[in-house]
Design a protein around this ligand. Structure first.
Ligand code: UD1
Length: 431
């Protein structure tokens, strides 16, 4: 089994270049299915979720050409409705965006129920509500999602989301871009990747207005044309390194970021006693010693992101005093706490609340990445811990962090990726 080995106790120093945003890329790539012409996407993150989505497009008949590590050209002009590679779709949460893009392009869709990280029940009822309001019949049966329209095209509609959902907001925007007439989404999510998706679609000829507010209006068009689009930097990747520096100590400059998107994270870190200085397209993070305890409540953007909860909670395991974490988005996102306890963390979980009593030190242990962000949290714990930490199930981490090990090593961390065959040798060397 592949794993990371970390020898903790080294502060982070230097600079790290932030990659393109995962959650923007994983919506934009499925949306390219609707584009008639060549679409050139720049600043694509090199992560396994992106690779899987590009493979799905290829299997559907798209021509995909890697121009360089972060640029890809996709031509979906001659794609026909076909059975998608369901085994791949099942593995990835963002495959739900194919419901929207297939409906937009073909007026009919068949996908699997989405996979991805498991933090409790993750229904897609709000996606279905949107597609149904736009005239589709949607049936979920035996793990598949079947959607169809009576005359091959969705029609604009008014959709009020019962729950602020990033995925449903983006899926409805995608589908509505090629619907007949105007769609209005009320109580829409406002994350930066929603604005990025709208900007991408608009640059290909769509008419999406109000993205980034809670009311989004989409005027359907007949055709989307090719073009070039650059994906925004990843807010959560940047936040993860900020939390790592706060926890492990040191001084890091994160380059290629949009500081405004990080404000919800920067504000919390400042409250924890960390110095965060915004630059034009960079942020500087400087640790000032032991962290101060804080309370954290996760909420939809611009609130504190649920995708940063495990990383900041891990940092707080070493803070001075008791912190209270309230998970306001998911009902089961604390599974990783039992791994942190193996490292000496003092945490009590009660439903959506976690109470963290700061300890003086964590100690290295063998722990698992329970999901993508929990895996990043384990890495942060390992960077701070005394001794060697071994992290297994790292495939979760590789879904969403480009070259995690390389970037951390560049900033002075003692972390090694051990591929299966090298196992024995590397473990021996670390012990
Ligand atoms: C996306 C992100 C994920 C992030 C989350 C919240 C992707 C691929 N994933 O996930 O990293 O943690 O946003 O920022 O972009 N819900 C429903 N019905 C629905 C949809 C959602 O009840 O139809 C609930 C969910 O169970 C959850 C909450 O709404 O409790 C928010 O989910 P949502 O914003 O939709 O998250 P995802 O799109 O799955």
């Amino acid at each position: 089994m592949d794993k990371y080995l970390i020898r903790g106790g080294r502060p982070l120093q230097g600079q790290i270049e932030i990659s393109g945003a995962k959650n923007a890329a994983v919506a934009i790539i499925p949306a390219v299915l609707m584009v008639d012409g060549v679409c050139r996407l720049e600043n694509i993150p090199q992560i396994s979720d992106v690779d899987m989505l590009l493979t799905i497009l290829e299997e559907l008949g798209a021509r995909v050409r890697r121009v360089d590590a972060t640029t890809v050209e996709i031509d979906c002009t001659h794609v026909h409705f076909a059975d998608a590679p369901y085994e791949l779709m099942r593995k990835i949460r963002a495959s739900y965006y194919f419901i929207g893009s297939m409906l937009g392009r073909f007026g009919t869709a068949k996908t699997t129920m989405p996979g991805g990280c498991n933090f409790g029940v993750r229904p897609i009822d709000q996606h279905v509500k949107g597609m149904t309001a736009m005239g589709a019949t949607v049936e979920i049966k035996d793990g598949f999602v079947y959607a169809d329209t009576p005359d091959g095209r969705l029609r604009g509609a008014k959709v009020y989301l019962d729950k602020v959902s990033v995925g449903a907001t983006m899926n409805i925007i995608i589908a509505a871009s090629m619907a007949r007439g105007r769609t209005i989404i009320e109580n829409a999510a406002r994350e930066p990747h929603i604005v990025d998706l709208a900007n991408f679609l608009n640059s290909m000829g769509a008419d999406v207005r109000g993205a980034g507010t809670d009311t989004v209006k989409i005027y359907g068009v007949d055709r989307l044309h090719g073009g070039t689009y650059t994906i925004i930097p990843d807010q959560i990747e940047a936040g993860t390194y900020m939390a790592a520096c706060a926890a492990a100590g040191g001084e890091l400059r994160l380059k290629n970021v949009i500081p405004r998107h990080l404000e919800c994270i920067s504000a919390k870190l400042r409250e924890m006693g960390v110095t965060v200085v915004d630059g034009e397209d960079s942020v500087l993070v400087r640790s000032n010693g032991r962290l101060r305890r804080v309370n954290v409540k996760t909420q939809p953007y611009p609130g504190f992101p649920t995708d940063m909860q495990p990383q900041v909670s891990t940092a707080l395991c070493l803070a001075n005093g008791t912190s209270v974490i309230t998970e306001g988005v998911y009902d089961n996102r604390y599974k990783y706490m039992k791994e942190l306890r193996k490292m000496g963390a003092n945490v009590v979980v009660d439903g959506c609340t976690a109470i963290i009593e700061g300890v003086d030190a964590l100690r290295g242990a063998r722990v698992a990445a329970c999901d993508l962000r929990a895996g990043a949290a384990m890495v942060i714990a390992g960077l701070c811990a005394q001794g060697v930490t071994e992290i297994v199930d790292i495939h979760y981490i590789e879904r969403g962090y480009e070259d995690f090990v390389g970037k951390l090593r560049g900033a002075g961390a003692d972390i090694t990726l051990v591929r299966d065959e090298q196992d024995a040798v590397a473990v021996a060397a670390a012990e």
